[in-house]
Design a protein. Structure first.
Length: 83
């Protein structure tokens, strides 16, 4: 039951960005991609800083948890001298 819940949560996390993608911009000069008052170019693309920061934070948290569990199990498996 826990693995099924985990799979559904992971699918939702990875499928959400695919569902919420913006419409692609139209051809240049058509004015369909959010025209500006000055007639300048509209920037295309999204900044990767926010997503990259989130992924780094999640990776650090996951690595920290794995390190904590490894040290904890190592201490539990150690045999006290004299026993």
């Amino acid at each position: 039951m826990k693995t099924i819940k985990t799979v559904f949560i992971l699918l939702a996390i990875f499928a959400l960005p695919l569902v919420s993608l913006p419409d692609p911009p139209g051809p240049p000069g058509s004015g369909t991609a959010g025209s500006t008052q000055g007639g300048g170019q509209v920037p295309v693309g999204a900044p990767i800083d926010g997503g990259l920061g989130i992924l780094l934070a999640l990776g650090l948290g996951y690595g920290g948890k794995k390190l904590y569990n490894a040290r904890k199990s190592k201490q539990e498996n150690m045999v006290e001298p004299g026993n």
